[in-house]
Design a protein around this ligand. Structure first.
Ligand code: ATR
Length: 304
């Protein structure tokens, strides 16, 4: 049987290397694939993790064509040979990566998406560290315990799906999934029924009947377009933590909305970005960058 590298040796090369990293021949190779990807902070994060942990690796950003993720990933493996060890995958390729992986971890299967690829002995393995990164940011960096709390997840796309299992593992007393399209929220909730607490799916308007939530997470992509969500004011209270999976230079529209709605604690997704990267680094290298290193990176990226 040919292995993944040999089998795909004929694929047309098509990705563009964006970062100017010159990989020394004897260092392990990693990359982040996305489109767009020029804005990605992952090369900087992993370079810092490698420095702090004394690991010899290089990590670059690769722009893959929208219809060419699999070929771009295989090209990377071919180029690196035995030194190509893994990759991160960002928007819009996480589902493509899930399909590319020959074997996936249970958390990647639950998310239906892969953000971390491991190239091992000719095989392509898929994992998803988004949920773990979210949990670590929430519980360790923000010191928030969701046990026994009311949790609202806004959105029912890939980003929302990626954190549902992690949220359920935190033992909230209620998990409501609300989405512009109520049907999508209901079907996402149904996909996670039968794992202890059953999430409840609904449209935004139905939230008017709900008491305030302790944790409100925005997993919609509305902030990307600068849109505010049509949320009833009563979902926030002074003890709510509002968490946007997105981040940006300015406070996101969702966090502005939450602050105006009375939420006193606000967080964007920058901490999650660093923590999911730390989890990928651990999967690849068996070493977890220390909390102080991760915290300093979050501060630096926020100030940049
Ligand atoms: P991602 O992988 O980032 O989650 P996605 O799978 O396309 O992207 O999902 C986008 C999510 O943002 C969906 O929940 C979408 O709602 P619909 O399912 O109703 O489309 C939500 N979304 C995007 N733009 C929105 C907007 N302007 N207002 C409300 N919800 C929005």
């Amino acid at each position: 049987m040919p292995n993944a590298r040999q089998r795909n040796a004929g694929d047309k090369a098509s990705s563009v290397v964006l970062s100017s990293v010159l990989c020394p021949p004897s260092s392990d190779h990693y990359a982040v694939f996305g489109n767009p990807v020029a804005h990605s902070k992952s090369p900087r994060i992993h370079a810092e993790f490698a420095r702090a942990c004394g690991e010899n690796l290089c990590y670059e950003a690769r722009l893959a064509p929208l219809d060419g993720f699999a070929a771009a990933a295989r090209q990377f493996i071919l180029e690196g040979g035995e030194y190509a060890k893994g990759a991160n995958v960002t928007v819009p390729f996480k589902e493509d990566a899930f399909r590319l992986a020959e074997e996936c971890t249970p958390r990647a299967r639950a998310a239906g998406a892969v953000n971390t690829l491991i190239f091992q002995e000719g095989r392509i393995l898929g994992d998803n560290t988004d949920g773990a990164g979210f949990t670590r940011d929430l519980t360790e960096n923000l010191d928030f315990s969701a046990a026994g709390k009311r949790v609202l997840l806004l959105g029912a796309g890939g980003a929302a799906r990626g954190v549902v299992e992690s949220l359920l593992a935190l033992s909230p007393v209620a998990l409501v999934i609300a989405n512009r399209s109520a049907e999508k929220a209901k079907s996402l909730a149904a996909a996670f029924a039968g794992r202890g607490l059953a999430p409840c799916g609904m449209g935004f308007a139905a939230l008017a009947e709900e008491p305030a939530f302790d944790l409100v997470i925005n997993a919609t992509s509305a902030s990307l377009a600068g849109d505010a969500l049509p949320l009833p004011a009563g979902i926030f209270s002074a003890r709510s933590l509002a968490y946007d999976l997105m981040y940006g230079r300015e406070e996101t529209p969702f966090l502005v909305q939450a602050r105006k709605g009375g939420a006193k604690r606000l967080s964007d997704g920058l901490g999650m970005l660093v923590e999911q990267a730390a989890e990928s680094f651990f999967v690849w290298r068996g070493k977890r960058p220390q909390a102080a290193v991760r915290a300093a990176l979050i501060r630096q990226l926020r100030a940049a």
